[in-house]
Design a protein around this ligand. Structure first.
Ligand SMILES: Cc1cc2nc3c(=O)[nH]c(=O)nc-3n(C[C@H](O)[C@H](O)[C@H](O)COP(=O)(O)OP(=O)(O)OC[C@H]3O[C@@H](n4cnc5c(N)ncnc54)[C@H](O)[C@@H]3O)c2cc1C
Length: 408
């Protein structure tokens, strides 16, 4: 049996491991955290597993839906309310007629924005390979639509001054058009469990080097750290590209910048009424988050997620958890019917490599390095958008490449 070591126990790595195990490879997954799942890992709240960051299934995420079906994990579809808050008012944003009432834009701008989205969904106005969001939106919907609506949204995800690729946004319109009304609630903890149940998964091992025939990992980090060696015939790397670059003996990989996320899970005394998914339109006001997900809609727990995307290790990133929660609560008190005195507890999840920055000069990454190292993960997804299914697909593709090689 050929030995495959998968580095990274997120959905990409677990998808690759699941497929390879099913094809008689001897698979080991190495995961540096104490538990599997990466960005889709879960907390156990009084016996209920809930994602550390909000996670729902999107209607056209075929790969996720087919995998859930194959594993016998149900999905419940639910109509949800989606809106924008501009600091003064909340505007619903669920159906085409909502756009006609969207006050932050003039009537002409609303129609032009509608045309931008529709033409992306229909594929009539697909942006050029290296075209920026600014150029695509300005030429299609006008500069005011870009400045008032699109620029603040894109910057809140990828940072100010970044030239984000228009294909990313076009794909996002395309995919979210299928999900804006209905979202799927599913058990991500069970997904992680079932993908990994027949695979040898070793958690708490930080891979620090890939040599010719073996991987070196440090267990338990710090002073008491133990060095372990894992021989391989093939490797699937399902870790962020900058991390892979660090563990390779010779770095031949182009640079890919990442944004981190900080996700507050706020647990209240009672359910909070209001939108499931509220986006912040931050032209004139700057709350310390981009979106709010009111998950009590889905799982009956009085939980709200408050999400921000930040440059890892920046000044903002270093704000302590307690200060971030206190500051966010002061904004939420004005936006939702909540009071700080209703907050029972909170947890903060940070991930410094939450998403690659899909910029106009996004590099063409190799699918393999040498004969035996195959790449998967969110960096391999562009120009598709990052979601569970596209991540898992990158893992399936890496597994298929290994299987093809063995068949030759
Ligand atoms: C805030 C947020 C919300 C999201 N919501 C949704 C949603 O609602 N629906 C949806 O479909 N998708 C959603 N996604 C996207 C989805 O979570 C990701 O696409 C997917 O989980 C990425 O999986 P991955 O395996 O590629 O990466 P990761 O989950 O990042 O996995 C990489 C793994 O590698 C491990 N690792 C890193 N370095 C090492 C090392 N040196 N040694 C060993 N292990 C290492 C990490 O600990 C991690 O477990 C969301 C993402 C974010 C950030």
């Amino acid at each position: 049996m050929k030995k495959v070591v998968v580095i990274g126990g997120g959905l990409s790595g677990l998808a690759a491991a699941w497929m390879l195990q099913d094809h008689d490879f001897d698979v080991t997954v190495l995961e540096k955290e104490p538990e599997l799942g990466g960005l889709a890992s879960c907390y156990n709240l009084s016996g209920v597993w809930i994602p550390k960051t909000y996670h729902h299934a999107i209607g056209n995420d075929q790969v996720l839906l087919e995998t859930l079906d194959a594993l016998g994990i149900p999905v419940t579809w639910k109509e949800v309310d989606v809106g924008f808050n501009d600091g003064t008012l909340t505007y619903p944003f669920k159906k085409p007629t909502d756009l006609l009432k969207f006050k932050p834009l003039s009537m002409i701008q609303r129609l032009r924005f509608g045309w931008l989205v529709l033409s992306a969904i229909q594929g009539w106005n697909w942006p050029g390979v290296h075209e920026s969001v600014e150029s695509w939106v300005t030429r299609t919907a006008g500069v005011q639509v870009y400045l008032r609506l699109v620029k603040p949204l894109v910057e809140s995800y990828f940072g100010a001054g970044c030239s984000v690729a228009a294909r990313y946004l076009a794909n996002r319109f395309h995919s979210e058009s299928a999900s804006i009304k209905q979202l799927g609630h599913t058990d991500f903890h069970q997904l992680v469990q079932k993908l990994s149940e027949n695979v040898n998964c070793v958690t708490g091992v930080d891979v620090t080097r890939i040599n010719d025939h073996r991987i070196i990992g440090q267990r338990n980090g710090g002073l008491g750290s133990i060095t372990e060696f894992y021989p391989f015939d093939y490797v699937v790397s399902a870790i962020p590209v900058p991390t892979l670059a660090r563990v390779l003996p010779e770095n031949s990989l182009p640079f890919v910048p990442y944004r981190g996320c900080v996700c507050l899970m706020l647990y209240f005394k009672q359910k909070i009424p209001g939108y499931y998914w509220l986006n912040v339109l931050s032209n004139s006001w700057k709350p310390p988050f981009v979106s709010i997900f009111n998950c009590s809609e889905f799982n009956d727990l009085p939980v709200i997620y408050v999400v921000s995307y930040l440059t890892p290790h920046s000044e903002e990133w270093r704000i302590t958890d307690a200060s971030r929660v206190a500051e966010s609560m002061s904004w939420l008190e004005n936006m939702l019917s909540v009071s700080a005195s209703d907050l029972v507890s909170y947890r903060v999840y940070r991930n410094a490599t939450a998403t690659p920055v899909y910029s106009t000069d996004y590099p063409n990454l190799p699918t393999q390095i040498g004969e035996r190292i195959f790449l998967a993960g969110t960096s391999m997804i562009y120009p598709n958008i990052r979601m569970s299914g596209t991540s898992m697909q990158s893992g399936f593709k890496a597994a298929e490449r290994i299987m093809e090689k063995e068949e030759k």
